[in-house]
Design a protein around this ligand. Structure first.
Ligand code: RUQ
Ligand code: CUA
Ligand code: CA
Length: 647
């Protein structure tokens, strides 16, 4: 283990000799750009695999400190991709340092990047007929990655928006959102999980579907009918095609859905249900002693869709299969299996050995372990009751919310009410459930600060689960950090789970309010540093740069290269509809330019070789300085053009 750590650290540390080179290059670039108008021939490609190499002293220090301290210049071992709650974005941290690496705007607008401001991002988020954004709010809860062969393939991340029932996809090479899909007839899209392989086709051993739960039951369709009669309302489990991001099918269930898990064999997806009662009031939702974890037989649902045995709801064309109990009396043909679990359960998580799903109890102090082979047996007609698929129900503590794993047979459950993490052994819990009075599954309880929600471990949602770190996402920080007014920072706590005992090793603050996340080994993630200009059909090149007028529509095609825009003066007339397209011709890693226009509410960036555009009405006459907002060069402040609007 130490060897591995050492190797990683040694490879990472920047070679001190390189710094001079790197700075030298920047300085050179500075001179080349100064006072020179855009000379495209001067573009130099500096993207060529400059990778950091050894600094043995720093490496030795990191190993001595147990590897948890990441000194300046050293890189983290893991990425953590986290949701951001009602901020609507996604975030990337480095672990174990806890450093924030990036905030990815998704359902929110972001004037650093220009997300929600550029035409390209607006098209992804979705617009109203007048061109303004359809929604400007979002609530991201769950982030999961795409799979191949049971582990991350580094291709996509998916994240949900609970408010407007949207699923977003993030490309992992650029770490930018490229698609957003709204689920029809769904309200409160909460849990989400990609599948891990196809249930039927052996060759498809990677993610092709994303399953989405539906928490708040609503009239179907929600067109004014049944307003006074919630007993007629319902919830739909949705399957989105991971590649096209189109909704493939939906399955109507009894009760609601909360979180989602998928099996390693690709055949099952499941969602925990806290409101099997279909209650509209809190007391109703807590009236049943047991709720359920509903399993979906993916192949059977898709066969029904193929056979045309579905309906549609309202104006949606998406096929809807009936997964309610009344429509599925025979297990051998049923598309759903409702396994009773503790009262008002919260998360459902798949163990990395592929054998179990664990529902955390929330109102019950237990976790329910469901054996997937027994769920299959039920679907084959070989199990007496759904409840017989339960193989353990250990008492873990008060307010269990989420469970993660270490790949060595142990589970870790967050306890919201106890403000603790419980470490427990799955096989011992099974032995205890079978009646072995000597079996005690509880290994350790550790305080966290305070009220933990999600808990997730390094590679814990894959068969490469490595049992090194666990992150406890805590909902309250109280006295943990300096107070900053009524709104406190949240806490994320990093726990070393590599030994017999859990060890709290670091706190870091988190801006409200991260929910879930995944911890991904960094070698899985392969980003690109420079865009390919030809990926943008509207890229501005010397041959089409300039101003083109068609009636009152003016297209300004602009290029940037440090420290210049290609046109010093851009003249339009009052009332023109202006589209400004900007391509960054710099081909140097990290050399991003910005583009802001005062009064016109324009602000966005273009990364190396990237193109973005904005469209606006030139409705105010006068002179406006277009300026570069992103520090790019010694002459960054001088990087400006005059935008002149004539009366
Ligand atoms: S839920 S704190 Cu939105 Cu992920 Cu469990
Ligand atoms: Cu270009 Cu700052
Ligand atoms: Ca309930």
């Amino acid at each position: 283990m130490d060897n591995v750590k050492k190797k990683i650290v040694v490879e990472d540390a920047p070679k001190l000799g390189n710094r001079r080179n790197f700075l030298g290059r920047s300085a050179l670039l500075g001179l080349a750009g100064a006072g020179v108008s855009l000379g495209l021939s001067g573009c130099k490609d500096e993207s060529s695999g400059k990778k950091n190499a050894a600094a043995p002293a720093a490496a030795a220090k990191a190993v001595a400190s147990g590897g948890h301290e990441i000194a300046p210049g050293q890189l983290d071992e893991y990425y953590a991709f986290t949701s951001a709650g009602h901020g609507g974005e996604m975030r990337i941290l480095g672990l174990p340092s806890g450093r924030t690496l990036k905030r990815i705007p998704v359902f929110n607008t972001d004037c650093m990047v220009g997300w929600g401001i550029t035409n390209e991002s607006k098209a992804i988020i979705g617009t109203k007929p007048d061109g303004s954004l359809k929604y400007t709010t979002g609530d991201t809860h769950h982030v999961h990655g795409s799979y191949k062969d049971g582990t991350y393939d580094g291709r996509w991340l998916f994240v949900n928006d609970k408010i407007h029932s949207r699923l977003a996809r993030i490309r992992m090479d650029t770490m930018e959102c490229d698609k957003i899909t709204q689920l029809p007839n769904v309200m409160g899209f909460h849990g989400m999980f990609p599948d891990k392989r196809d249930p039927v086709d052996e060759k498809i051993n990677y993610t092709t579907r994303v399953f989405c739960g539906h928490e708040f039951h609503i009239p179907l369709p929600n067109d004014g009918r049944d307003l006074e009669d919630p007993s007629k309302w319902g919830c739909l489990f949705s399957c989105v095609d991971a590649a096209t991001m189109e909704v493939r099918w939906q399955c109507r269930v009894d009760g609601n859905m909360d979180l989602v898990a998928t099996s390693y064999d690709g055949k099952l997806a499941a969602s925990n249900q806290y409101n099997t009662e279909n209650g509209a009031l809190l007391a109703d939702m807590m009236s049943a002693e047991r709720d359920a974890c509903v399993f979906f037989n993916v192949a059977r649902i898709e066969q029904l869709v193929k056979d045309g045995k579905f309906t549609t709801i309202g104006s949606s064309k998406v096929p809807v299969v009936d997964g309610r109990k009344a429509a599925n009396p025979d297990p051998k043909t049923s598309v759903t299996c409702y396994v009773p679990v503790g009262k008002n359960p919260h998360g459902v998580n798949a163990s990395p050995d592929g054998k179990y799903f664990v529902c955390s109890g929330k109102l019950s102090p237990t976790c329910t372990v469901i054996d997937l082979s027994l769920v299959h047996k039920w679907f084959d007609g070989g199990l007496k009751t759904e409840r017989d698929a339960v193989v353990a129900e250990p008492e873990v503590g008060l307010g269990p919310l989420h469970t993660c794993f270490d790949g060595r047979g142990n589970a870790y459950t967050s306890l919201f009410l106890d403000s603790q993490t419980t470490k427990w052994n799955v096989e011992k819990a099974i032995a205890q459930f079978k009646g072995d009075k000597t079996a005690n599954p509880i290994i350790q309880k550790m305080d966290v600060h305070y009220q933990p929600g999600h808990i997730y471990s390094s590679m814990g949602e894959t068969k490469e689960c490595d049992g090194k770190y666990l992150n406890s996402g805590n909902k309250f920080s109280k006295d943990r950090f300096l107070p900053v007014g009524p709104l406190h920072a949240e806490t994320e706590q990093l726990v070393d789970i590599s030994g017999d005992k859990m060890q709290l090793i670091a706190d870091h603050t988190a801006y409200s309010e991260p929910h879930d996340g995944i911890i991904v080994r960094r070698d899985v993630v392969k980003t690109r540093q420079i865009y390919n200009m030809d990926d943008f059909p509207n890229a501005v090149k010397p041959e089409n740069a300039g101003i083109e007028r068609k009636g009152n529509k003016v297209h300004v095609r602009l290029m940037s290269q440090a420290p210049n825009y290609s046109m010093p003066i851009i003249k339009v007339k009052k009332g023109d509809e202006v589209t400004l397209t900007l391509t960054n011709h710099d081909k140097v890693e990290d050399l991003t330019h910005g583009c802001a226009i005062p009064t016109y509410n324009i602000n966005f960036i273009v990364n190396p070789q990237e193109t973005h555009s904005v469209t606006f009405k030139a409705d105010r006459v006068g002179a406006y300085w277009i300026y570069c907002t992103h520090f790019c060069h010694a002459l960054h402040l001088e990087m400006r053009s005059r935008f002149l609007v004539e009366a």
